[in-house]
Design a protein around this ligand. Structure first.
Ligand code: R5P
Length: 304
């Protein structure tokens, strides 16, 4: 029985202070339900409004990728530096300890390997399992202009419907076929279609010409895809420009884990994304951290 004796009369109503109506910090996300908003707020830092996602889902279509051969050894040490991990449920359950509290963006599409037509994907997991895993979002490829364009768009819309039932946001990943032109016109088309059809955020590539028109015409947050490994300064410059031109973060894989010093690189990327650090300064930070790490390893080796 609750103790009802001596109960104090409530007095602190602050009747003269109107209750503030709260907005939500992410573009196009003001009308979402609480669970979905809360999940997005785990991926995107509410202070900067931005995210650094570490993409390590490559194995779902290309098997062990350079840098991802041993996720337990090479990638787990990077997790503390990321806002979110983008990965498959297989790697999550086998390799990532549940004590890891980073936001999880689960790869939810798959089917063809690199040996086949990649646009022929299907939904590859249930949202019930994503909820069981406590995922903050699910990710799916959308192949605009690809051979199986309609199927991939339909996969996405089905996932969005399921996501709405469970309060799990959907990240649409604009996948570009080899034969397609990677320009602002194409990405405006692809990103806008994804947003119009319900994606909660979109991952897309950076283009030097007109990226700001891609972000401006997409009513949900855009995260920049990393792409193939570039020299560190180029990767940092690309991230910097994408952010300055309206991206709400990055989702980078190879440019981080294939770097000579992945911890230094993800730290530099964080500074670019969350603190607007300029590319040259970010490169200096990367180099500095890289040489400190080298010295540490040498000292440790000598001590053995
Ligand atoms: C791309 O479509 C997949 O999601 C990749 O497996 C991954 O996210 C790509 O990351 P990055 O291009 O930065 O290595």
């Amino acid at each position: 029985m609750p103790d009802t004796q001596g109960r104090k009369e409530p007095k602190q109503f602050h009747a003269d202070v109107p209750m503030a109506s709260q907005g939500f910090f992410l573009r196009g996300s003001g009308s979402l339900d609480w669970g979905m908003s809360n999940r997005l707020a785990r991926i995107f830092n509410p202070e900067s409004g931005r995210t650094v996602m570490l993409a390590i889902d490559h194995g779902y279509f290309q098997g062990p990728t350079t840098g991802l051969e041993r996720i337990d050894l090479n990638i787990l040490p990077l997790a503390p530096y990321a806002d979110a991990l983008m990965l498959t449920r297989g790697i999550l359950r086998t390799t990532v300890p549940p004590s890891c509290t980073k936001a999880v963006v689960l790869r939810a599409s798959g089917g063809p390997s690199i040996l086949k037509e990649l646009s022929n994907e299907q939904i590859a997991m249930s949202l019930e399992d994503a909820a069981r895993i406590n995922a903050s979002a699910v990710a799916i490829q959308v192949f605009i202009g690809g051979e199986f364009e309609t199927r991939s768009v339909h996969n996405m819309t089905r996932l969005v419907d399921e996501g709405l039932r469970y309060g799990i946001p959907v990240l649409a990943v604009t996948a570009v076929g080899r034969e397609m032109v990677r320009d602002a016109k194409y990405f405006r088309l692809a990103c806008r279609i994804c947003a119009e059809l319900g994606a909660h955020f979109v991952k897309t590539y950076y283009v030097e010409d007109g990226f700001e028109t891609v972000t401006a015409s997409c009513p949900v947050p855009i995260v920049m895809a990393g792409g193939k490994k570039l020299p560190e300064l180029d990767a940092l410059t690309m991230a910097y420009r994408a952010i300055q031109e309206g991206a709400a973060g990055v989702d980078m894989g190879r440019n981080i884990f294939q770097s000579d010093a992945p911890e230094a690189m993800i730290t530099a990327v964080r500074e670019v994304v969350h603190n607007d650090l300029k590319p040259k300064q970010a490169l200096e930070l990367y180099r500095d951290l890289k040489s400190k790490r080298k010295r540490k390893t040498k000292t440790r080796a000598k001590g053995r």
